[in-house]
Design a binder for this molecule. Structure first.
Ligand SMILES: NC(=O)c1ccc[n+]([C@@H]2O[C@H](COP(=O)([O-])OP(=O)(O)OC[C@H]3O[C@@H](n4cnc5c(N)ncnc54)[C@H](O)[C@@H]3O)[C@@H](O)[C@H]2O)c1
Length: 298
C-alpha cells in the first residue's frame, strides 16, 4: 500500500504534485537540491490552498492538515529512505534524470515504485539505468496539478501490470482521471499538442496571419480555452523546442522539425511568460500583444 511519497524537485510541477498528494492524506517528503526552491514551494502551496479556500473547495482545517503532511529535505538519500513511491519532477534533462534514477535505485526501498513526471524523456531509457525496470513508470501530471484532472500514465517497455495498476488506482484516489499510454516519443499529450503549436508558429512565420488572428481562430473557432501561441508562451518556448526535438529525433520524421522562428526566439532568450516576452509581452501579471509583423519570415 502506498502511504509515503517522496517528490524530487520542488519547482512548478513538484510543488503541485506535493500539494495534491498531501491534500488527499499521503505523507509527502518534498526534496530539492535548492533550499530556496523548497521555501518558495511551501509559499506557493500555502497560497494555492488559500485560493481553494476562497473558491469554497477546501476548509481552513483541511489546509492545516495538508500542510502537516508535507516535510522537506535537501538530501535525496535521506528523503527517499522510507518511500513507497517516488515521483521525480526535476528539471527536464536526460543526463540529470538518469543520474537521479540511479541514485533512487540505490537509496529507495527495493519494492518502491519510481515514477517520472517527464514531459518527453523515454521511461524505458530511464528504467534501463535501474535494477527495477518493472517498477519504473511515467506519471505525467498537467499544470496546474491541483486543478488539472488528467494523469497520463506511461508504461515503459518493462513496466509491470502490477505497477501500472497501482499507479492508475493511486491517481484515482487523487480524484484524477488516469489514462494509460505506451512509451513512445511525446507519449500522447505532447505528440498531439506540440505539432499543433509548431504549426501555429509556422503559420505566423509564413505570414499567413498574426498572433491575434491565429489565437482567435483556435479560441473561438475550436473552443480552445487559449490560443496555441499563448499556450506556448505559458509552457515555455524552450520547453516546446526541447519536446519537438525529442519528437523529431525519436521518429526521424521531418514533420516534427521545429519552426526556425521558434529556434530563433529561444536563442534570443524570448522564452515566453517566464522571461516576460514570447509571442506576447507579460508585465506585472497582464499580457500584451507584440506587433505581429515582428514575427514574419523576411
Ligand atoms: N511545467 C510544466 O507545465 C510541466 C508539465 C508537465 C510535466 N512537466 C515536467 O515536470 C518536470 C519538472 O518541470 P518544472 O516545470 O516543474 O521544472 P522547474 O524548473 O520549475 O523545477 C525543477 C526543480 O528541480 C530541481 N532540481 C534540479 N535538479 C535536482 C536534483 N538533482 N534533485 C532534486 N531537485 C532537483 C530544481 O532546483 C527545481 O526546483 C520536468 O520533467 C518537466 O518536463 C512540466
Amino acid at each position: 500500500m502506498i502511504k509515503n511519497i517522496s517528490v524530487i524537485g520542488s519547482g512548478t510541477m513538484g510543488n503541485g504534485i506535493a500539494h495534491t498528494f498531501a491534500q488527499f492524506g499521503y505523507s509527502v517528503n518534498l526534496i530539492d537540491i535548492n533550499q530556496e526552491a523548497l521555501d518558495k514551494a511551501l509559499q506557493t502551496i500555502t497560497k494555492n490552498l488559500d485560493r481553494q479556500i476562497g473558491k469554497g473547495t477546501l476548509t481552513e482545517e483541511q489546509k492545516v492538515e495538508t500542510l502537516k503532511h508535507i516535510i522537506t529535505s535537501t538530501s535525496v538519500e535521506a528523503g527517499v529512505k522510507h518511500a513507497d513511491l517516488v515521483v521525480e519532477a526535476a528539471t527536464e534533462n536526460l543526463d540529470l534524470k538518469l543520474k537521479i534514477f540511479k541514485d533512487l535505485d540505490s537509496f529507495a526501498p527495493a519494492d518502491a515504485i519510481l515514477a517520472s513526471n517527464t514531459s518527453s524523456i523515454s521511461i524505458t531509457q530511464i528504467a534501463a539505468v535501474t535494477n527495477r525496470g518493472d517498477k519504473i513508470i511515467g506519471m505525467h501530471f498537467m499544470n496546474p496539478v491541483p486543478v488539472m484532472k488528467l494523469v497520463e500514465v506511461i508504461r515503459g517497455y518493462q513496466t509491470s501490470d502490477e505497477t501500472t495498476k497501482t499507479i492508475m488506482s493511486l491517481s484515482e484516489s487523487l480524484h484524477k482521471t488516469p489514462v494509460e499510454v505506451n512509451d513512445y516519443p511525446g507519449f500522447v499529450a505532447n505528440r498531439i499538442l506540440m505539432p499543433m503549436i509548431n504549426e501555429a508558429i509556422y503559420t505566423l512565420y509564413e505570414g499567413v496571419a498574426g498572433v491575434y488572428e491565429i489565437d482567435t481562430v483556435m479560441k473561438l473557432g475550436m473552443a480552445h480555452p487559449m490560443g496555441p501561441l499563448q499556450l506556448a508562451d505559458f509552457i515555455g518556448l524552450d520547453v516546446c523546442l526541447a519536446i519537438l526535438k525529442v519528437l523529431h529525433d525519436g521518429f526521424g520524421n521531418p514533420k516534427y522539425a521545429p519552426c526556425p522562428l521558434l529556434v530563433n526566439m529561444v536563442a534570443a532568450g524570448k522564452k515566453g511568460a517566464k522571461t516576460g516576452e514570447g509571442f506576447y509581452t507579460y508585465t506585472s501579471g497582464s499580457k500584451d500583444l507584440i506587433v505581429a509583423n515582428k514575427f514574419k519570415k523576411s
